[in-house]
Design a protein around this ligand. Structure first.
Ligand SMILES: N=c1c2ncn([C@@H]3O[C@H](COP(=O)(O)OP(=O)(O)OP(=O)(O)O)[C@@H](O)[C@H]3O)c2ncn1[C@@H]1O[C@H](COP(=O)(O)O)[C@@H](O)[C@H]1O
Length: 107
């Protein structure tokens, strides 16, 4: 059990993203731009999905960690605060997923 939170990781990522620390993976990735960050996010999502289908819980745990890290990087680069995402989720808690889906504007 750990009390490490997504907010903790988000704060570290924000700090590394604006640093010029050459030893930082985050700093190097962010410098490549949003398209590269988004590509990594997509790759990690696919790898997590494959691990789930293969029922490989150890691999899924590792890939889920990669996925959450890369999601936070993309949010940082896109200037979408994690707290806005959490507010969005909090706002949905009063309704079921199907009700939320039905309430979305039709395209
Ligand atoms: N949680 C993570 C984390 N998860 C995944 N990754 C990196 O994400 C990369 C994705 O895996 P790949 O197998 O695709 O790696 P790769 O082939 O090196 O990727 P590319 O060369 O294509 O970018 C790996 O290099 C991982 O190290 C992470 N890198 C950093 N963090 C944490 O982020 C914080 C800041 O890290 P630095 O910016 O490196 O200081 C620290 O707390 C780190 O623990």
């Amino acid at each position: 059990m750990t009390d490490f939170t997504l907010e903790d990781l988000d704060a570290i990522i924000a700090s590394r993203a604006k640093s010029s620390d050459e030893t930082s993976y985050t700093q190097k990735l962010v410098r490549k731009g949003v398209a590269k960050c988004a590509q990594k996010l997509g790759e990690e999502a696919v790898e997590a999905a494959i691990a789930a289908v293969q029922e490989d819980r150890k691999e899924l745990t590792a890939e889920a960690a990669d996925l959450l890290y890369h999601l936070l990087v993309v949010l940082n680069v896109s200037e979408v605060p994690l707290k806005d995402v959490m507010s969005e989720l909090a706002g949905r808690t009063g309704q079921t997923g199907l009700e939320e889906k039905a309430s979305r504007p039709r395209e």
